[in-house]
Design a protein around this ligand. Structure first.
Ligand code: BGP
Length: 472
């Protein structure tokens, strides 16, 4: 699809902003925050953390939020997504609430509001408290109950300060990382347990939504999903079938229950065939059916391209969805070598159209999209990172997003990953994503060229699009 050069005006009150999470940006602070799964990972696998940097300090938002909120303003934010740390509010995951943590979050959220920045609060971003992980993490019902109690507490304590709520960021992450691909604690390879974790997070999300409704707040509550539009290598029916399976496991698995309140029949059937169905009750299914999301966040980074398998599956290897497909590398693809992700801007359009056509055009926004680049300091001139590639990346995606809106998609905003360079899971500060650069030795912040672009974008509620920027 070709997009014409033009001024891309976005709808009134469009949410311009960015996102990050507590574990990645706050640092430990001094409220007596409990340990999380990342401290457990550090104890066990510190060698896996890039340059040996853990979550102790990160971007130190805890101590610097007042100045950082000014930087949000200077980079055009009218909204911002953060997460509330479960382990800060309840150091043991349950039990006594930490009043200092309540004071911190209330002060920080109030400061955002006072500066005209709408706080979007997410309630889980890969940061299970250690005490909860020791009880089984998302495999445990008691942990789900503790999570719902934490959410309920947040609605009560911060309900007057939060614009929109989200139960989870990328609930697929703990399944993939923790039970399939060995990059999150508990680093288990067991798809059946992963299915149980997936089911339990979907149920926990529904139960949090149920609790939310009792508070009768003006805000909405939703979920943030990482979705990769899935493309078959070719129109060959076997490639198409492979893409359908990949889509089922990685997209529909969370989309359908979150928005429609039920699981795709073919997914259930496939899991049953392999004896992988989770444990559940009829009441669980009712709760999922009756407590669907009111708003949807779309994290879009890369497409998923697949082909029919070219080799036989070893039936004695642990089950993986890849038994049904293989990844496909499209010749000539645009690629970010730092993160290893394909860049395919039209994917953002295809994703929005899918939500329009198959999910009732539910109110949605782009909750993450961004580009991580290593050694960004090499682009520094006159003290500023000249990240034209990031400006191009944003513009290209926005051009397709603009088209999606013109074609009737109910998209309310765009949040970039991320605001100030922040810590990334295992990659620490290797790849920089921010509109503002961070010197990790001095904690000095400097607005990048993209931060200036973002400010103008937000102020004009649009930008002049000159055609696709391709120099990555
Ligand atoms: C998303 C996560 C973010 C962030 C981002 C960038 O999947 O929600 O927490 O980390 O990806 O990815 P990474 O940090 O792995 O480079």
């Amino acid at each position: 699809m070709k997009i014409q050069a033009q001024f891309m005006a976005f709808p009134d009150d469009f949410w311009w902003g960015s996102a990050w999470s507590a574990e990645q940006a706050e640092g430990r602070g001094n409220t007596g925050k409990g340990r999380t799964q990342w401290d457990m990972s550090w104890d066990k696998y510190s060698h896996r953390f890039y340059q040996g940097i853990n979550t102790d300090t990160t971007t130190d938002f805890f101590h610097r939020y007042i100045d950082d909120i000014q930087l949000m303003k200077q980079t055009g934010h009218n909204s911002f997504r953060l997460s509330i740390s479960w382990a800060r509010l309840f150091p043991q995951g349950i039990g006594d609430i930490c009043q200092e943590a309540v004071t911190f979050y209330r002060a920080m959220l109030s400061e955002m509001m006072a500066n005209g920045i709408k706080p979007f609060a997410n309630l889980y971003h890969f940061d299970m408290p250690e005490a909860m992980m020791l009880m089984g993490g998302w495999e445990s019902r008691a942990v789900m109950d503790a999570y719902v109690h934490f959410c309920d507490t947040c609605f009560r304590e911060f309900g007057d300060l939060v614009y929109h709520w989200f139960t989870f960021n990328e609930p697929l992450g703990p399944v993939l990382g923790g039970y399939m691909e060995d990059f999150h604690y508990p680093n288990v390879i067991d798809f059946k347990r992963g299915v149980q974790v997936g089911f339990n997070t979907i149920l926990a999300s529904a139960l949090a939504i149920k609790a939310f409704k009792c508070h009768q707040l003006n805000s909405k509550i939703g979920i943030i999903l990482n979705l990769s539009p899935t493309y078959p290598r070719s129109e060959n029916p076997l490639d198409v079938e492979a893409a359908e399976y990949a889509d089922l496991f990685y997209n529909r698995s969370f989309l359908d229950p979150s928005i429609k309140g039920s699981f795709p029949g073919k997914l259930v059937e496939t899991l049953r065939e392999h004896n992988l169905l989770p444990l559940f009750t009829e009441q669980d299914l009712n709760d999922i059916r009756e407590n669907t999301v009111q708003i949807l966040g779309l994290n879009y980074y890369e497409p998923r391209r697949v082909k029919a398998r070219t080799s036989a599956v070893n039936p004695r290897s642990p089950f993986m969805p890849e038994w049904y497909f293989e990844s496909y590398v499209m010749p000539g693809r645009k690629f970010n070598p730092h993160r290893g992700w394909e860049i395919y801007e039209q994917g953002i359009y295809d994703l929005c159209i899918d939500i329009r056509d198959n999910y009732g055009n539910i109110e949605a926004f782009i909750s993450e999209n961004g580009m991580g680049v290593a050694n960004e300091e090499r682009f520094t001139h006159a003290g500023q990172v000249q990240d034209d590639y990031r400006i191009g990346f944003i513009q290209n995606h926005l051009a397709y997003l603009h088209q999606a809106i013109a074609d009737g998609c109910n998209i309310k905003g765009y949040h970039l990953w991320t605001f100030i360079d922040c810590w990334s899971w295992l990659n620490a500060y290797k790849n920089r994503y921010g509109l503002v650069s961070l010197n990790i030795n001095t904690q000095q912040r400097t607005i990048k060229k993209s931060g200036e672009f973002y400010q103008a974008l937000s102020q004009q509620n649009g930008f002049f699009f000159n055609g696709l920027y391709v120099d990555f």
